[in-house]
Write a protein that binds this ligand. Structure first.
Ligand code: CS2
Length: 455
């Protein structure tokens, strides 16, 4: 039987069904970017909040793809959220998504809806475009016209200072427009740190989850048990009663630690893991040479420049390694490797520059950046397309000598533009360690590189 409201009403499973009556909820949130991450993270918090206050249902928007609408529409926008961890698998149905609409026009109308008080975004790093800015500002202009109430705009993407980034983008599209006063008085852009490792759903997941619950679900989400949400306490108006959220004055320390430790290690593993024959995060992190590399990088190169205390960082890192070890998650390195050009500045370059400023060598970060160059060369030479908004440009670098390719990657406005000449030299030297090597030979060279820089 397909998962629907009707099917669920005859289904008795404690903790499995939403803890509220879906007929009673109304929309208070617009979410743009209804991918797996939103459904595993924010929508799950909102789902719990709805039992306390039914006015925070989610009106979801997909800017381009109708895929999620096509799959969830026939099941009343319900989906199963499955958690896979050491203790096995557990599942609950999320009912917080009330509708899904597609396209910028739908987004404008939704943002303008006066019952909406919170706009959340997961559009990925590359999604902060003029189109998004124009869409949001048109919605805000209509709100201003009709005298709608305050609105909080909350970016939930892995960007440093995501609130400021979003505010700058939206303001750039409202310059010279009448909406300025509404924006100043009634709109807030808090930053937040979001965390929940959520692999893309596979066909196998659909089969397994449907077998587990007995209800056929065309688009479940599989995630880890861990979840974290730290939000800057700067809402335009009332906040939804989100369970377990840390409301803080300054998100930056959490955001930096997460981007540089979790996401930085992810990108490092995604670049080097496949060269050593690994497909998933859990395999890559179980490889002694990669574990040693990310552990040393975190402790000696990244920790010293983070503002959270040493004990907090040590515990955070230990917990992260355990999350990476989760053998049930099947988190593909290829998924993480997508859009690396958009991820590398905040994950690897920023901590490298901090280390350099304090006179500290950071061979692990240097190696991870060199591995990106090597990956671009290998994937392109093997005839595989890179999943990256800069894919065409990156593919042109592949046949160049490494010096010339790196110089281009470090050009004005290019992803590595912030690297200084001494760091460029270090990246080139690290690239030589990787150049064309694979498997055991590569592992050996990496081991020697690590030892040489430890000494
Ligand atoms: C990952 C993130 O794909 C990636 O780039 O590093 O999606 C990561 O899994 C999440 O940020 C975890 O919260």
């Amino acid at each position: 039987m397909r998962l629907t409201d009707a099917a669920l009403s005859g289904y008795a499973g404690p903790g499995f069904r939403p803890g509220y009556d879906r007929a009673e909820i109304s929309a208070g949130i617009v979410h743009i970017g209804i991918g797996a991450f939103h459904r595993a993270h924010q929508a799950a918090y909102v789902d719990t909040a709805l039992a306390k206050d039914p006015s925070w249902g989610i009106r979801a928007i997909s800017m381009r793809s109708p895929d999620t609408l096509d799959r969830l529409g026939p099941q009343d926008f319900l989906y199963t959220l499955a958690e896979r961890g050491a203790a096995g698998i557990s599942a609950r149905v999320i009912g917080a998504v009330m509708s899904i609409e597609v396209g910028p026009g739908a987004a404008v109308a939704a943002v303008a809806d006066p019952s909406i008080r919170l706009l959340t975004l997961t559009v990925t790093e590359k999604g902060y475009t003029p189109t998004l800015a124009a869409t949001i500002s048109s919605g805000l202009a209509r709100r201003a016209e009709i005298g709608a109430g305050p609105l909080t705009i909350l970016s939930c993407d892995n960007l440093s200072d995501n609130g400021r980034v979003t505010e700058t983008l939206v303001r750039s599209a409202t310059k010279g427009r009448a909406v300025g006063q509404y924006l100043d008085q009634s709109v807030r852009f808090p930053s937040c740190m979001v965390d929940r490792i959520t692999p893309a759903t596979t066909a196998q997941d659909c089969v397994e989850v449907s077998a587990l619950t007995g209800l056929e679900d065309a688009w479940p989400v599989v995630t880890e048990p861990f979840s974290q949400w730290v939000i800057e306490d700067n809402f335009a108006d009332e906040r939804p009663p989100l369970p377990g959220v840390d409301w803080v004055a300054d998100v930056a320390p959490y955001e930096e630690a997460k981007l540089r430790l979790l996401n930085g290690a992810h990108t490092t593993l995604a670049m080097l893991g496949p060269m050593l024959g690994h497909r998933y995060v859990a395999d890559a992190v179980a490889d002694p040479v990669l574990r040693c590399l990310i552990d040393g990088t975190a402790r000696h190169e990244v920790f010293p420049h983070l503002s959270l205390g040493a004990a907090v960082l040590a515990a955070y890192w230990q917990a992260l390694l355990e999350r990476f070890d989760n053998p049930a998650l099947n988190h593909s390195l290829t998924q993480i490797a997508s859009d690396t050009s958009q991820k590398i500045p905040q994950r690897l370059v920023a901590p490298l520059l901090d280390a350099r400023r304090s006179g500290r060598n950071a061979p692990g970060l240097v190696l991870a950046i060199a591995a990106w160059l090597e990956r671009i060369r290998r994937e392109t030479c093997a005839g595989r397309a890179l999943h990256d908004p800069l894919a065409d440009w990156l593919a042109k670098l592949a046949p160049m000598p490494p010096e010339a390719a790196l110089e281009t990657l470090c050009g004005a406005k290019a992803p590595l533009h912030a690297l200084t000449p001494d760091l460029i030299t270090a990246v080139l030297a690290a690239h030589q360690v990787l150049d064309g090597k694979e498997g055991a030979a590569l592992a050996d060279c990496l081991r020697k590189y690590i030892e040489a820089h430890d000494a």
